[in-house]
Design a protein around this ligand. Structure first.
Ligand SMILES: [Zn+2]
Ligand SMILES: [Zn+2]
Length: 280
């Protein structure tokens, strides 16, 4: 029994010795490899190939190949002027444009690309041109009230009907209006605190009702890309998200991402999820 174990251990050692050393060609041959040379370059969507050769004349396997990783598109958002339209890949020879699911300027996930451009309004401005909306890759931790007390906030929807504060491009202005009120506004304020992407941008906000709807429609792609970015899926906890659109004095607009239900629900009784978004 003891002898069998010794034989087994020796066999393991031999196997390990041959697999652990890639430069051993077997049969006592020692490779003398060239440096890796590119056979086919990698590009945005396809892997490349590199090759090296052994210069020893008795080499049993004189050529080795290995893949070069796919490069991925290069959006180079640092040189993008916000709102100037669809962003083309900045790598030579590639004309793909950034779209739904791609990483945005602020390190979030693009969930809306306008067919042309839209106006993003802020308090006391007529608007700036924007093209994309991106969502942070993760929900803000915890659940949040919309406001700590009831009361109609002027400048937002008043009577349970669609008004301009539901529109795409209005989320930032809504958020700033809510935050300027004397009411404590946990959900809106949470989006204005810190950077929610993987970048350094701090101009995130609570989406308007229609902006939140765009996020809901494309939640599957946003979830996949968020996880790739080290974030998490939208439908954690209750999966109900606040918008920045007011319903009336007692309630604000929210959406359940599990079943799609739309709510006009209590500003200060309900505590829901918040996913910060930004426009660029
Ligand atoms: Zn060799
Ligand atoms: Zn590309």
């Amino acid at each position: 029994m003891k002898k069998m174990f010794k034989v087994f251990a020796l066999a393991l050692l031999i196997i390990f010795a041959f697999t652990a050393c890639p430069d051993n060609g077997g049969g006592g041959h020692t490779h003398n490899w060239s440096v890796w040379a590119t056979t086919t370059s990698a590009n945005c969507t396809a892997a490349g190939l590199q090759t090296r050769t052994c210069s020893e004349s008795d080499c049993p396997t004189p050529t080795q190949t290995q893949p070069i990783a796919i490069l991925g598109h290069n959006w180079n958002w640092g040189s993008y002027s916000s709102g100037t339209g669809a962003r083309s890949c900045q790598r030579g020879g590639c004309s793909v444009t950034a779209g739904i699911g791609d990483t945005g300027q602020g390190g979030g996930v693009i969930f809306y690309a306008s067919s042309f451009t839209f106006y993003q309004t802020a308090i006391d401005t007529t608007g700036v041109t924007r093209y994309y909306l991106e969502a942070a890759p993760r929900n803000i931790a915890g659940t949040h009230m919309w406001a700590a007390s009831n009361g109609l906030i002027p400048g937002l929807s008043q009577d349970n009907t669609e008004e301009t504060d539901w529109a795409i491009g209005r989320g930032l202005k809504n958020t700033l209006i809510i935050n300027a009120e004397t009411y404590s506004t946990p959900a809106a304020n949470a989006t204005r605190t810190g950077s929610h992407g993987n970048g350094t941008r701090t101009d995130w906000f609570l989406p308007s009702r229609h902006e939140l709807n765009e996020l809901y429609i494309r939640r599957a792609v946003v979830n996949t890309s968020s996880v790739v970015l080290g974030g998490s899926v939208l439908e954690t906890g209750m999966g109900i998200f606040w918008s920045s659109s007011q319903n009336h004095s007692l309630s604000a607009r929210a959406r359940n991402f599990n079943d799609g239900d739309l709510y006009g629900t209590s500003k200060n009784d309900d505590r829901f999820n918040v996913r910060a978004v930004r426009a660029f």
